[in-house]
Design a protein around this ligand. Structure first.
Ligand SMILES: N[C@@H](CCC(=O)N[C@@H](CS)C(=O)NCC(=O)O)C(=O)O
Length: 242
């Protein structure tokens, strides 16, 4: 079996997948892509995708939207009309594939489907939206190539406006405090149980792990002052599926 994982090492969407694969004992190779130049991903997916993560399992490509793309291709081949709606781009194609293929449904158990449908978009949306800026302040200066660094800044500025990274830097303290407040309910959730939704971690845990591993990547930011969540983070780092 061959598994290759195309990633940015600090990405909050990639860190959960590598942690899950390690916890499952699935061997995989990592390919770090350039944040500024997505040629490798574009060629790999024949133009269907430019983001990370992308998982390649025995030649099969899995990425956000790959299930939609595969269904569109299948229907084109059979002459069926294109699907009006065959699922969404919810960012969960890779975790769902990993769950089906190696985790026997333990990442997305049916009994927790409702809670996860509420929590995962909140973690990957509002919470990640507060934390990645704090990480980016530290990440951008690590891009030593001038053109690479400015291309990534351009990507940020097209979304958040000119000078956004400098503004994040200037407002570091209130932004860090805001991120901490968004994380506080998760600290409460692990006060009386080891993982967010019970005795075992599910994808909600790995999604939040990705956000916090991104925030604290290479010591860029201190772990927020939430002691029970800090203990949970250590449990998540060490967790192995039996
Ligand atoms: N919904 C996607 C989001 C992935 C995503 O946002 N990836 C970021 C890295 S953290 C990326 O590739 N950004 C660069 C770009 O959009 O060009 C998923 O969960 O897989």
């Amino acid at each position: 079996m061959s598994v290759s994982f195309y990633q940015l090492p600090h990405s909050p969407y990639c860190l959960p997948i590598t942690r899950v694969l390690e916890a499952l004992g699935v061997p995989f190779d990592v390919v770090n892509v350039s944040n500024a130049d997505r040629s490798d991903i574009i060629r790999l997916t024949n133009g269907a995708y430019y983001q990370v993560p992308v998982l390649v399992h025995d030649g099969k490509l899995v990425f956000d939207g790959s299930e939609v793309a595969a269904e569109v291709t299948r229907r084109t081949t059979t002459g069926e009309p294109p699907p009006p709606h065959v699922g969404g781009y919810d960012g969960l194609d890779v975790p769902r594939y990993v769950d089906r293929t190696w985790a026997q449904g333990r990442l997305f158990p049916a009994a927790l489907a409702g809670q996860q449908a509420i929590l995962i978009p909140h973690i990957e949306g509002e919470v990640e939206g507060a934390t990645f800026k704090l990480a980016d302040i530290h990440y951008l200066p690590t891009l030593t190539d001038l053109v690479d660094r400015v291309m990534v800044i351009r990507h940020k500025e097209r979304r958040f406006g000119r000078g956004c990274v400098d503004q994040w830097r200037a407002h570091y303290e209130p932004m860090y405090a805001h991120a901490t407040e968004l994380l506080r309910p998760f600290d409460a959730m692990v006060a009386s149980q080891p993982f967010l939704l019970g005795p075992q971690p599910v994808y909600t845990d790995f999604a939040l792990y990705g956000v916090l591993a991104n925030l604290t990547f290479n010591g860029w930011n201190p772990f927020p002052p939430l002691p029970r969540l800090a203990e949970w983070f250590q449990r998540m780092k060490a967790f192995r599926f039996s």
